[in-house]
Design a protein around this ligand. Structure first.
Ligand code: FMN
Length: 216
């Protein structure tokens, strides 16, 4: 990869990427590459490891078009290769915690007894967060969004993160109504159209001096 250390430019894939406004609707992400993208979603870290999310991948032209209508008519959901709707868990229940702990037991070959203390800590935390589980889960979902965009850029796959969506409409279209999950944010992935003039726009950020402070 083009990671260059110490020259102040950092990871050039993060300079290469931009929020694509116009995707090339004729180009699709190959299955092998998509597998790596999905793996980056699965590997997203989360608080306590609880993974309070679902990632709804939409490739159906019909549903993508409906999502355009639920995105202030922005064209990215329609023209991208794969549209992801990031959904967060609304209520983190005891049953959910136990299913998570069971996966730890299965994955690490340990017994549930060894996790008893951890279980109490988790349940205590969640009780403390009562009424705010969706908000907490939403924060976790944004980590997945950041990770998938960075990984996609490193693979020279384009993306557009999308908050300009009507969450309730996404829920309806994606069949999430009445489920444990609610849409938070979208991300369109694919390839930039050669006509997308935003590709040439200079990247604008506050300076390092402005956003990074030291306490030495
Ligand atoms: C959480 C989030 C939501 C965004 N929502 C939209 C959106 O709905 N439509 C859009 O065109 N761009 C959207 N953007 C793109 C931002 O405007 C863009 O990332 C920002 O201006 C920086 O530009 P760059 O990503 O091209 O470097 C969003 C970005 C983030 C991080």
């Amino acid at each position: 990869m083009e990671f260059t250390r110490g020259n102040g430019m950092g990871n050039t894939s993060l300079h290469w990427r931009y929020a694509v406004k116009q995707f090339d609707a004729t180009r699709k992400i190959p299955a092998d590459d998509w597998n790596d993208i999905e793996e980056s979603l699965v590997l997203t870290p989360s608080s306590f490891g609880l993974q309070p999310w679902k990632f709804i991948v939409v490739t159906s032209p019909d549903i993508k078009e409906q999502l355009q209508g639920a995105s202030w008519n922005q064209t990215q959901p329609r023209d991208c290769s794969h549209m992801i709707a990031f959904a967060a868990l609304k209520q983190v229940t005891e049953e959910y915690v136990d299913s998570f702990l069971q996966s730890v037991c299965d994955g690490r070959g340990v017994s549930m007894d060894t996790l008893a203390m951890y279980r109490q800590i988790l349940l205590g935390f969640l009780k403390n967060q009562e009424g705010k589980h969706f908000e907490w889960a939403t924060n976790q979902v944004y980590i997945a969004l950041g990770q998938v965009m960075a990984v996609a850029a490193s693979m020279r796959i384009d993306a557009c993160p999308m908050e300009g969506i009507v969450r309730s409409e996404y829920d309806r279209i994606l069949g999430l109504d009445g489920s444990q999950y609610g849409t938070v944010v979208g991300c369109a992935l694919g390839y930039r159209h050669t006509d997308d003039k935003y590709a040439l726009a200079k990247k604008v950020r506050f300076s390092r001096q402005h956003v990074i402070e030291y306490r030495e």
